[in-house]
Design a protein around this ligand. Structure first.
Ligand code: LLP
Length: 438
């Protein structure tokens, strides 16, 4: 994870920067992203998957799922490392373009894209549009015809593989909103429709089974079904689709007790399954791609808070719990309340020799579910003014932040080699008043 060290006097240092200096300069809460760690993770996916598929003489591209964390500077890091960028809205598309991404290296996702988003994608020459429904095939066909272009298409397939860390982030079983079903034949129908259209170019198929996945088996099942679909379509039409995108979802560790996906092992096993599928079909290799988001951004980021109020409450089962309230909360990290996600926390500004006690880190919002870290051991002398760090918040933190209770969304600060710079600036009171119409 982010390269965190203890400085001589016990404070945390990240990317060569003392957290106390970062808090003083940027205020808290603040998301801190270790650029070197982010880049190393991006390069790790790139190199492991290139090597694993390279053993079979094949290729694998990596697209960063920018919904995890995006700014134009971050898009620049991703492009530098040789990855493409996956966007899921017109807003993400503009940020990727602003970061210097050529249209050809962008993939556009979304289960309900607007006409405006599709028109913009065609205008900037997005490399792949992942279509998610028959409705969208009709719409895109008409828009491409009107623009006098041929739209590059991947079909999003629901493979029936049920995987993911939480029901809300499992995306390939039947009863959810994404994709075209393999089981019902909807995927095949969509393939036929796209293949038949002169305004659409069928590049291949895409699937994303879910997020925070720890089972390599789920990825293998999904890859196997995708390769079979490609073979079936080739048998029917004689057309071997050139591309298969296997999505993201590689789990990270949020707490010291939890596991992360072994990316190297996963790459090898997935490449082997795809190779078997290619052999069985007796045709040529498709170009494979994957789309990790959390696995790149998550561990590279942490959130720094300032402790305000502490109090001890009695537990029904006996004993006590220390409540530590910080200057942020569910507005900067929706994941605990939304998915029951687990995090850990530590005092960042000093070392304490007080005994650790059962604690809960909460925010400043007006509801009791405003919990950041449900259960964690923190020193009994933690007090107002201490800095608290919550690690592994680089993904799905700032991008899901809200202004609940009219709080100001925190800045995202990049650190590297002892230097820091703002990637996304903090909201200001002036912003807040500006959004209000008198
Ligand atoms: N590709 C597609 C098409 C996706 O929908 C997603 C995530 C990814 C790739 C990247 O998945 P990752 O590698 O980051 O797991 N807000 C939730 C996560 C929702 C993910 C949605 N799609 C969370 O905080 O856990």
């Amino acid at each position: 994870s982010a390269t965190v060290v203890r400085t001589d006097d016990g404070a945390l240092g990240v990317g060569g920067c003392d957290v106390r200096a970062l808090a003083a300069e940027y205020g808290t809460p603040v998301y801190v992203v270790d650029e070197a760690d982010f880049r190393a993770r991006a390069a790790g996916f790139r190199d492991h998957f290139a090597a694993a598929f390279g053993r079979h003489g094949a290729h694998c591209d990596v697209f960063y799922a920018s919904k995890a964390l995006l700014s134009s500077q971050i898009a620049g890091w991703v492009l530098d490392e040789g990855l493409g960028i996956d966007v899921a809205s017109g807003g993400e598309l503009e940020l990727a373009l602003r970061g210097g991404a050529p249209g050809a290296r962008i993939t556009l996702h979304g289960n309900n894209k607007s006409d405006a988003e599709l028109i913009r994608a065609l205008e900037v020459g997005v490399g792949r549009i992942v279509v998610d429904s028959m409705t969208e095939i009709g719409v895109l066909d008409a828009l491409a015809a009107a623009a006098g272009v041929v739209a590059p298409v991947l079909i999003r397939v629901t493979t029936g593989v049920h995987a993911g860390g939480h029901e809300y982030i499992a995306t390939s079983h039947e009863d959810q909103k994404f994709g075209l079903s393999l089981a019902t034949g909807a995927a095949l129908d969509a393939l036929r429709a796209v293949h038949a259209s002169p305004h659409l170019e069928l590049l291949g198929i895409h699937t994303h089974i879910g997020s925070q996945i720890l089972s390599i088996g789920a990825f293998k099942d999904s890859a196997e079904r995708m390769l079979r679909l490609r073979a079936d379509f080739a048998a029917e039409t004689g057309f071997e689709m050139p591309e298969v995108d296997l999505g993201g979802g590689y789990a990270i560790a949020y707490t010291p007790e939890s596991e992360s996906m072994d990316v190297e092992k996963a790459s090898l096993e997935i490449a082997d399954v795809v190779a078997q599928g290619v052999d069985a079909a007796g045709g040529g290799w498709p170009h494979i791609s994957i789309e990790p988001g959390r696995g790149i951004a998550g561990p590279a980021g942490m959130t720094l808070y300032t402790v305000g109020v502490t109090k001890n409450v009695s537990l029904e089962e006996g004993g006590q719990r220390q409540y530590v309230a910080v200057d942020g909360g569910m507005s900067d990290n929706m994941r605990t309340i939304t998915y029951g996600a687990e995090y850990t926390a530590a005092i960042a500004s000093r070392v304490s020799s007080a005994p650790p006690v059962l604690s809960r880190v909460v925010g400043k919002h007006c509801e009791s579910g405003d919990i950041l870290v449900r259960d964690v051991q923190l020193p009994s002398d933690i007090a107002r003014g201490d800095l608290l760090a919550v690690p592994a918040t680089g993904a799905y933190g700032r991008v899901m932040a809200s202004n609940y209770n009219s709080v100001l969304r925190p800045a995202v600060v990049g650190v590297r080699d002892g230097k820091s710079r703002v990637l996304i600036r903090r909201d200001t009171l002036a912003d807040l008043l500006d959004w209000d119409v008198l």
